[in-house]
Design a protein around this ligand. Structure first.
Ligand SMILES: Cc1ncc(COP(=O)(O)O)c(C=O)c1O
Length: 384
């Protein structure tokens, strides 16, 4: 182990939220307008911006990505016993949203290079009960969408993109979020753009747009009523309260309109880590992120994959001693308490099991200064 360094004066957190532009002004404006419930002026501004930047047919802001996934689950009209294939290496909501409707999550393993669902193992998981495939573009690097959309088309399965990491990412030049019947976004504080807690549902399947509006508004046709399309609104379908307050949408709009600035900052951060750490990592058998040439990544995170759990934990502790916070990521869902209830057992998804033990994420946020980042790199290089 190299000689200990001088402690950085302040903690370098894993994530830190900050304003990017006019967020506070817009919150004040929303209060002055006096309409701070959902589906108001700032919500529409966010939805229009997201629709035009991503190229989806329709965007609905939601209270979280989790809730957008629940809407996807309702849109699929899932019945108990239906199956939904999804990666084991993902956040709990990717599975829970579908399990809530009685569906059985069927866990797929991931690729060892991108951490994305292994498209070569997908088709063997399809059964007569399979209704949908859910993909997660891990770290904002696209899944292999040619193969996945082909399987969904041939086997007549719906496709959901959990695009919590991938806003602004592309696959063969086409924006992530435009491949699925629907795609979900997250604006949780750890994401590239945020309003603390928030999300969105992007809808590409034109037959699902009207129903999605109803599901978001507690199962009522309130949105159509406000557009003057019906003279009163009533309970017409299942639904829940998935509408984001316009105060949060005002904050989010301040972030969204600065998206190019945020993405440029994150690109610089990602590239600096990669340049500084790649040779050191290769010498020690540590894996750095793979971004296939046909993918434009979303610069959501920078991660390292250590040879084993012990070394990963030692590295996290080494950074911690220098006041730097790094974190591990998903624990494979097929081995969680709920995952085991759905039949998951050790060995089902070997790559996901390894990555749960071996992957670590470095501090990554829009305002991470070069000085802070240099301290992270120096300290990392001091780990042997
Ligand atoms: C892949 C993935 N899906 C869904 C979510 C849930 O997002 P939210 O916190 O907006 O509900 C997360 C959260 O980090 C995530 O990483």
């Amino acid at each position: 182990m190299a000689a200990p360094e001088a402690k950085p004066r302040k903690e370098i957190p894993f994530n830190r939220s900050a304003t990017l532009g006019k967020e506070l002004q817009y919150i004040a404006e929303s209060l002055l307008i006096g309409q701070i419930a959902g589906n108001q002026a700032f919500t529409r501004r966010c939805e229009d911006l997201l629709t035009s930047v991503t190229g989806v047919k329709k965007t609905l802001l939601t209270t979280s990505c989790t809730h957008a996934l629940e809407m996807a689950s309702l849109l699929l009209r899932l019945q108990p016993g239906d199956e939904v294939i999804l990666p084991s290496y993902t956040f709990v909501s990717t599975a829970n949203a579908f399990a809530l409707r009685g569906a059985k999550p069927v866990f797929a393993d991931i690729r060892a290079d991108t951490m994305n669902i292994d498209e070569t193992k997908l088709e063997e998981l399809v059964s007569p009960r399979t209704k949908a495939v859910v993909v997660v573009h891990y770290a904002g690097v696209a899944c292999e969408m040619d193969a996945i959309t082909d399987i969904c088309r041939r086997r007549k399965l719906a496709l959901v993109e959990d695009n919590a990491h991938g806003l602004f990412g592309k696959y063969r030049g086409r924006p992530l979020g435009t491949f699925g019947d629907v795609a979900t976004l997250s604006f949780h504080e750890t994401k590239n753009l945020t309003c603390g807690e928030g999300g969105a549902l992007g809808i590409n399947n034109p037959d699902w747009i009207d129903r999605a509006e109803v599901l978001r508004e507690k199962g009522t046709n309130r949105t159509a009523f406000f557009r003057g399309q019906v003279d009163k609104y009533t309970w017409v379908d299942l639904g829940s309260s998935y509408v984001m307050s316009d105060v949060l949408a005002a904050f989010l709009y301040g972030q969204l309109e600065r998206w190019e600035h945020a993405q440029a900052a994150r690109k610089r951060i990602w590239e600096y880590y990669h340049l500084q750490l790649s040779a050191w990592a290769a010498d020690r058998g540590i894996q750095t992120p793979t971004v296939p040439a046909h993918c434009d990544q979303a610069y959501h995170m920078y991660y390292l994959v250590f040879p084993d759990l012990e070394q990963r934990q030692d590295f996290i502790a080494h950074l911690r001693k220098q006041n730097i916070v790094s974190v591990f990521h998903y624990q494979p869902l097929h081995l969680s308490t709920m995952g085991r209830e759905f039949g998951g057992k050790p060995g089902d998804c070997p790559v996901a099991e390894q990555m749960g033990d071996r992957l670590v994420r470095l501090p990554f946020y829009n305002e991470l200064s070069r000085e802070e980042q240099a301290a992270v790199v120096r300290t990392a290089l001091g780990w042997s």
